[in-house]
Design a protein around this ligand. Structure first.
Ligand code: NAD
Length: 293
């Protein structure tokens, strides 16, 4: 049979668990976990992600503080906020919404977040620990963690399986490949220079698509019975809907469902899990800073 992997439902049950932990911590330590989100510029998609994160924080009792800075902010402007959140005892997680405007140096800005509050897991310290065998990062990037969490929650065996990741970005492809390898999958990464990608994806027991290419993965790219995780969020024109556009993933869902054993939908798959993992990382950080089990 075919399984539609319901990220929305799993994210809801994770949020319910977090809410209980937040109130347990509050009762015992009188501490409310706090997340600071910094947004620079006016990208509509970024602004909508920041709103969703804020709403999700509210739903579980995490305090969120957001700072919206103008497009032409200097590196010093952004660093000033990061340094003050680093010192602020009411803040346990700091996140800079990416991508930044092109005049800003992402590396310098992400590096300034103290590693104890790096709830996005993008600091080189945490990426280094993710890549190093035998060590575990304090924080794992949220979207990759959400993908693996879905595999776990749907009892998908990873050990010894062939996993193929489409995309090698710092945000999704690279960290998710490390996580799969750490769970003993045999991992291949495909990127924009890969030739004949469909020959490689057809070998995958687990296929993770994070290329940002609408409907790139066709039914014929998928091994019968494979599990497919679609990370892509792409807006495509659709004149039949009032907004004039709709969301699609990197996987052609209607074709995939006829070949794969399980597929995540877009929307309602990885997206909600990403936000649930951010809340989870923020709670973990608050627990660790306040030595609460
Ligand atoms: P990115 O643009 O930084 O990276 C895309 C990667 O895909 C690159 O490594 C590139 O080499 C590869 N790629 C591009 N075209 C390709 C092709 N034709 N064949 C093979 N590889 C190709 O994007 P990203 O930040 O990694 O995000 C990827 C997608 O995931 C986007 O659609 C993004 O919106 C989405 N996303 C979703 C979430 C979520 O929460 N669901 C979070 C982050 C990103």
């Amino acid at each position: 049979g075919f399984t539609r992997i319901d990220g929305k439902k799993e994210a809801k049950s994770i949020r319910d668990e977090i809410k209980i932990e937040v109130s347990r911590m509050n009762a015992s330590k009188n501490v409310v976990p706090g997340l600071a989100v910094i947004l620079v510029g006016e990208r509509k998609d970024s602004a909508s992600y920041v709103r969703s994160k804020k709403k999700a924080c509210e739903s579980v009792g995490i305090k969120s503080v957001d700072v919206c800075l103008p497009e032409d902010s200097s590196e010093e402007d952004v660093l000033k906020y990061i340094l003050s959140f680093n010192e602020d005892p009411s803040i346990h997680g700091i996140l800079v919404q990416l991508p930044l405007p092109s005049h800003l140096n992402e590396h310098n800005i992400v590096n300034a977040i103290c590693k104890e509050k790096d709830v996005d897991g993008f600091h080189p310290f945490n990426i280094g620990l993710l890549a190093k065998r035998g060590s575990e990062p304090d924080f794992v990037p949220c979207t990759p963690k959400g993908c693996i969490e879905l595999l776990h929650r749907y009892n998908v065996e990873i050990e010894g399986k062939r996993a193929v990741v489409i995309g090698r970005s710092n945000i999704v492809g690279m960290p998710v490949a490390h996580l799969l390898q750490n769970e003993d999958a045999t991992v291949t990464t495909i990127h924009s220079k890969t030739r004949n990608p469909e020959e490689i994806t057809r070998e995958a027991d687990i296929l993770i698509a994070a290329a940002g290419q609408p409907n790139m993965v066709r039914g014929s790219w998928i091994k019968p019975g494979a599990v497919v995780i679609d990370v892509g969020i792409n807006h495509v024109q659709d004149l039949n809907v009032p907004s004039g556009s709709r969301l699609v993933g990197d996987v052609c869902y209607e074709e995939a469902r006829k070949v794969a054993s399980a597929v995540t939908p877009v929307p309602g798959g990885v997206g909600p899990m990403t936000i649930a993992m951010l809340l989870s990382n923020t709670l973990t950080s608050a627990k660790s800073i306040h030595k609460f089990q």
